[in-house]
Write a protein of this length. Structure first.
Length: 132
């Protein structure tokens, strides 16, 4: 799968039996439909705060030059998650999945009350070589 941001071949990571497609170059993350809810609440889907935000995301206006979905190749739609602070991500118009630029998924997980395991995992994966 090619990264919608930099057109680099994405790598597949597994976290709690969920495949996370990520770009080692730009640090972006692709989650297939339903994977965000599984990351937030792997035991069940009762985590209302983010699950509600995901299901209620409205379609924004198409942006010229918008990134293309790595699955269906249609232009993705920028949507804003109503969190504090708000996070803008890209959503496939055919609901194939969600695109997160570097740090956005980590920010969402932290805001959702994640116990820090995913955030720590993402930090270790996306750590710049200069940070090491």
């Amino acid at each position: 799968m090619l990264c919608p941001a930099c057109n680099t071949e994405m790598l597949i990571l597994e976290f709690n039996r969920i495949e996370i497609d990520f770009c080692g170059l730009c640090g972006g993350v692709w989650l297939d439909e339903g994977e965000l809810e599984l990351l937030i609440s792997p035991e069940n889907s009762s985590h209302a705060s983010l699950s509600g935000i995901v299901s209620d995301m409205g379609k924004g206006a198409a942006v010229k030059g918008a990134r293309k979905c790595p699955v269906c190749r249609k232009k993705m739609v920028p949507v804003e998650l109503s969190m504090k602070p708000p996070v803008e991500i890209d959503k496939c118009p055919l609901n194939q999945g969600l695109w997160f630029d570097r740090g956005e998924l980590e920010q969402i997980m932290t805001s959702s009350g994640d116990d820090g395991r995913l955030a720590d995992f993402l930090k270790s994966v996306f750590r710049n070589k200069s940070d090491a």
